[in-house]
Design a protein around this ligand. Structure first.
Ligand code: XIL
Length: 334
C-alpha cells in the first residue's frame, strides 16, 4: 500500500474520503482507489436526514449500510455525517420544525439522533452532531445561524443534540463541524471568535463534545494566513478538544484555466494548509470531500462553478484516475 493512508499512518494520522454512493456502486476502479488510499470513510450524503428518512416513517439506510460493510471489509474506520444541519432536512421534518411546537421538535430530534446512534453504535467512531451552526461568513456578526432547529428549539438545540448522542452512544466521539474558518478574510477574526465563544460556553456547561471539525473547503478566492490559523487551532486544542479536517477540497475558481497552472495553485494552497494543521498535535486526521475530480460537488453547485465553465480540479485524482499534484502535495505534507 503506497496510498495516502499509508503515508498518514507513519505520522500517527489517518487519511480518508467522502464516499459518493453512485460512484461507489458503479465503479470498481473507484473502489480500489478508495481501498488503497483511505483509512477512514464518511458517506457524502447517505447518512443525511433526507437520505435516510425521506418520508415520515420510512427508514432507508441501505446506502449507508453498504458503505459501512465495505469499510469493515477493508479494515477502514467510519465517521458519521451529519445529525443536525440546516440543509438535508426532509420536507416532513421541516414542517414539524415550523409547526411552532417545541415539544414536537424535541421529539423529532430525539428520534432521529436516537435511531442513527443506536443503529451505528460501535461502528461510527465520530459523529458530526452539529454542522455549520454559526452565522454564515458574509452575514456578520457571529452567533448562531438562523436555522429551522434554532427557530423551533432556541439556542439550547446545540447542547441538546450533543446530550442526545451521548445518551444513545456514549462511546462515539461527538464533533462540532464548521466551515469557513480556514483562510484570511475581513470577517475571519469575528467568525473564529464566535466559534471559540460557542465552544467555551459548551464546555463550561458540561456539554459532551470531544472534537472540532474543520471542513476545509479551501478556496482560491481567499488568501491563506498560517499564523492566525495556527493560533485558532491552538486555542481549540487548549480547550481539550481534538481536531479533524473533515471535508478537504479546493475551489479553483480564481486560478487560471491552464491545467498545469491550476493544479499547481491547488496543490500549493493545500500544502500550506496541511503543513500548518499538521504542526498542531491535536489534529487527528484529514478527509477529502471525494477523491476523484468528476465527483466533486464544486463543479455542480452554482455558487462554486467556474466562470469559464470548466470542471473544477480540486481533488487528488483526475478523470483518468491519475494522481495529481494535489495528491503529491498531500503525500509530502503527511
Ligand atoms: C454536499 C454534497 O457534496 C452534495 O452532493 C450534496 O448535494 C450537498 O451536500 N458541507 C457539508 C457537506 O457539510 O455535507 C456538503 O456536501 C458540502 C458542504
Amino acid at each position: 500500500a503506497d496510498g495516502l493512508q499509508a503515508a498518514a499512518a507513519v505520522k500517527g494520522l489517518a487519511f480518508g474520503s467522502a464516499v459518493p454512493i453512485t460512484r461507489f456502486r458503479q465503479d470498481r476502479r473507484w473502489r480500489s482507489l478508495a481501498e488503497r488510499e483511505c483509512g477512514i470513510l464518511v458517506c457524502e450524503n447517505a447518512m443525511k436526514f433526507s437520505s435516510v428518512v425521506p418520508r415520515e416513517g420510512v427508514f432507508d439506510s441501505v446506502a449507508a449500510d453498504e458503505t459501512l460493510r465495505f469499510a469493515r471489509a477493508n479494515g477502514q474506520r467510519m465517521r458519521g455525517h451529519c445529525l443536525i444541519w440546516h440543509e438535508g432536512l426532509p420536507p416532513w421534518a421541516e414542517a414539524i420544525l415550523a409547526s411552532g411546537s417545541a415539544s414536537r421538535a424535541e421529539t423529532l430530534m430525539r428520534q432521529w439522533i436516537g435511531a442513527m446512534a443506536r443503529r451505528y453504535r460501535g461502528t461510527i467512531e465520530a459523529w458530526d452532531v452539529v454542522n455549520e451552526i454559526v452565522v454564515p461568513a458574509d452575514h456578520r456578526p457571529g452567533g448562531l445561524r438562523a436555522t429551522p432547529w434554532l427557530a423551533a428549539l432556541g439556542p439550547g438545540y446545540v447542547d441538546l443534540a450533543f446530550q442526545m448522542l451521548k445518551d444513545e452512544d456514549p462511546g462515539a466521539s461527538a464533533v462540532y463541524n464548521e466551515n469557513d474558518c480556514e483562510q484570511k478574510a475581513d470577517w475571519i477574526d469575528e467568525r473564529r471568535s464566535a466559534i471559540l465563544r460557542l465552544l467555551e460556553g459548551m464546555l463550561k456547561r458540561g456539554v459532551p463534545i470531544n472534537r472540532f471539525g474543520i471542513q476545509a473547503h479551501l478556496t482560491s478566492n481567499l488568501p491563506f494566513d498560517e499564523t492566525t490559523l495556527r493560533k485558532f487551532l491552538r486555542e481549540i486544542a487548549g480547550m481539550g478538544l481534538a481536531i479533524e479536517i473533515t471535508e478537504l477540497d479546493i475551489d479553483d475558481r480564481a486560478f487560471p484555466a491552464d491545467v498545469a497552472a491550476r493544479d499547481r495553485g491547488v496543490a500549493d494552497l493545500a500544502r500550506r494548509f496541511l503543513e500548518t494543521v499538521f504542526d498542531e498535535p491535536a489534529v487527528l486526521n484529514v478527509l477529502a470531500w471525494d477523491l476523484y475530480d468528476p465527483d466533486s460537488w464544486l463543479s455542480i453547485y452554482p455558487a462554486r462553478r467556474r466562470p469559464d465553465g470548466l470542471p473544477q480540479r480540486g481533488l487528488p485524482f483526475d478523470a483518468e484516475y491519475r494522481r495529481k499534484p494535489l495528491w503529491h502535495a498531500m503525500h509530502a505534507a503527511f
